[in-house]
Design a protein around this ligand. Structure first.
Ligand code: DMJ
Length: 501
């Protein structure tokens, strides 16, 4: 999988000999008729996406450099074979695919059929690959299935908040987890709405993206932070930590033209990175470690790249340099780069995900490259969620079964078709007030006299006010005991807390 996922990185590096060797190895050795259960989402973004991107780039260099003339569409055929093996997962009442499928036996396995839960990102990150597969192969079934899944997901949004949950039942369409943010479980659903508009030119997807985007900015975004809420109670925060996957969001904001909040969230993430060496898998609202692993994920670098391309601010080159040096110093091992088990200890895991070569290093290379020196004009491509390159000419290939209709949701919106802001020097003005965002808020420095737990009196109104400001409600049980309930939503984080826990 790593080889398939990273082939197109070799093209961007300009290493055509190694790319040709990789393509031959893949054609000769990779086959999908295996009795294994795979994730539909991961197989699609890494394998189908990797094969399609390598196919497109091979044809590109055949045409422009006259090399690899022996290639005759083998990887496109492999992608089609694999696509057919994923299709049984889409036979659900809603059209939203199951999370997993057996590559040889489809959904015949009883255990597989019984598992009905999938995440929003898992179901909503199919369209770019399936539309490209359909349009390149002339086989419309893939794109049709992916549009159906996207339509079904759209219908599940909360009608008043416009937010989505993170886990749902593929048959009933009921939400299983109603947490709503932009990180794990939902991230690339938003990404694919926007990028489907860019790749396919269908306004419907821009309209949907804008509806969700406005909701996210209204309820989830809090200054530079992005905090999960409940889709049906969007004023209630549902957890007190952020995950590192949300670091892709500033990059998506840049693509959609909303640069100021992108600069702010990126700055917050950069401070988290400086504080803990790597951005931990999850960190609390006061920037302490919640989950200490670091999988060498690409999202922060991806956003750094897009911010640099949009603003030209050299600050983002410095950020990239720091990230690269950190990788070299703390993650490089003799046979590659090792994921970090805990950013506090720096202990390695025997693990290097395929996205490290497919995305992390690809975005680093792109960040430091002059676009004019690259072997392809990256502005003529869209990057999938796995950083595979799909050409924007896909839209011109058309779709034989799907016609764009102007729907109500299309008309409801103001489209915000804005280009990235060309004021190249403004990011510094946005970052400056945030310079001590993390150090200024953590640890919180109390200004008044501390209330110690030992001195706490339940009959003292000031003491009750102090714990109330910490988000704690006290219920008397009648037998002299009390029970304390903490809710993050009630916490007054602006106020100095005068109580020692
Ligand atoms: C990648 O496989 C993709 O970027 C996906 O959308 C999210 N997770 C990983 C990288 O962290």
């Amino acid at each position: 999988m790593t080889l398939v996922d990273s082939m197109d990185t070799l093209v961007l590096l300009g290493d055509f000999d190694e790319f040709e060797r990789a393509v031959r190895l893949v054609i000769q050795n990779v086959q999908f008729d295996s009795d294994i259960i795979v994730s539909v989402f991961e197989t699609n973004i890494r394998m189908v996406g990797g094969l399609l991107s390598a196919h497109v780039l091979t044809e590109h260099i055949q045409k422009n450099r006259g090399i690899m003339l022996w290639y005759n569409g083998e990887m496109l055929e492999m992608a089609r074979d694999l696509g057919y093996r994923l299709l049984p997962a889409f036979n659900t009442s809603t059209g939203i695919p199951h999370a997993r499928v057996n590559l040889r036996h489809g959904m015949k396995d009883d255990e597989l059929k019984k598992s009905r839960e999938t995440c929003t990102a898992c179901a909503g990150t199919i369209l770019l690959e399936f539309a490209t597969l359909s349009r390149l192969s002339g086989d419309p079934v893939f794109e049709a299935r992916a549009h159906t899944a996207m339509d079904a997901l759209w219908k599940l949004r909360h009608r008043s908040s416009d937010l989505m949950g993170t886990v749902l039942n593929v048959h009933s369409g009921d939400w299983v987890r109603r947490d709503s943010g932009v990180g794990a479980g939902i991230d690339s659903y938003y990404e694919y709405l926007f990028k489907s508009y860019v790749l396919l030119g269908d306004d419907k997807y821009l309209a949907r993206f804008n509806r969700h985007y406005n909701a996210v900015m209204k309820y989830v975004s809090e200054g530079p932070m992005l905090l999960d809420v409940l889709m049906h109670r969007p004023h209630a925060k549902s957890r007190n930590f952020m995950d590192s996957l949300l670091a892709f969001w500033p990059g998506l904001q840049v693509l959609s033209g909303d640069i100021k909040p992108a600069v702010q969230t990126h700055e917050m993430l950069y401070q988290v990175m400086q504080m803990h060496t790597f951005i931990p898998e999850a960190f609390t609202v006061d920037f302490q470690i919640h989950w200490g692993q670091h999988h060498l994920r690409p999202e922060f670098i991806e956003s750094t790249y897009f911010l640099y391309r949009a603003t030209g601010d050299h600050h983002y080159l410095q950020v990239g340099k720091k990230a690269l040096k950190t990788l070299q110093k703390y993650a490089k091992v003799p046979c590659g780069y090792a994921a970090v088990n805990d950013v506090r200890t720096g202990k390695h895991e025997d693990r290097m995900d395929s996205f490290v070569l497919s995305e992390t290093f690809k975005y680093l290379y792109l960040l430091f490259s002059d676009p004019r020196d690259l072997v392809v004009d990256v502005d003529e491509f869209i990057f999938t969620t796995e950083a595979h390159l799909f050409p924007l000419t896909i839209a011109q290939l058309g779709n034989t079964t799907f016609s764009f209709t102007r729907s109500d949701e299309h008309n409801m919106l103001d489209f915000m078709r804005t280009c990235p802001n060309s004021n190249r020097f403004f990011p510094e003005r946005v970052r400056k007030p945030l310079r001590n965002f993390i150090t200024g808020s953590c640890p919180r420095i109390p200004t008044g006299k501390r209330l110690r737990a030992l001195d706490f009196q339940a009959s003292n109104a000031d003491h009750l006010r102090a714990i109330y400001d910490m988000g704690i409600t006290m219920v008397s049980l009648g037998d002299g005991k009390v029970r304390l309930f903490h809710s993050f939503y009630n916490e007054n984080i602006e106020k100095d807390i005068l109580m020692e826990k």
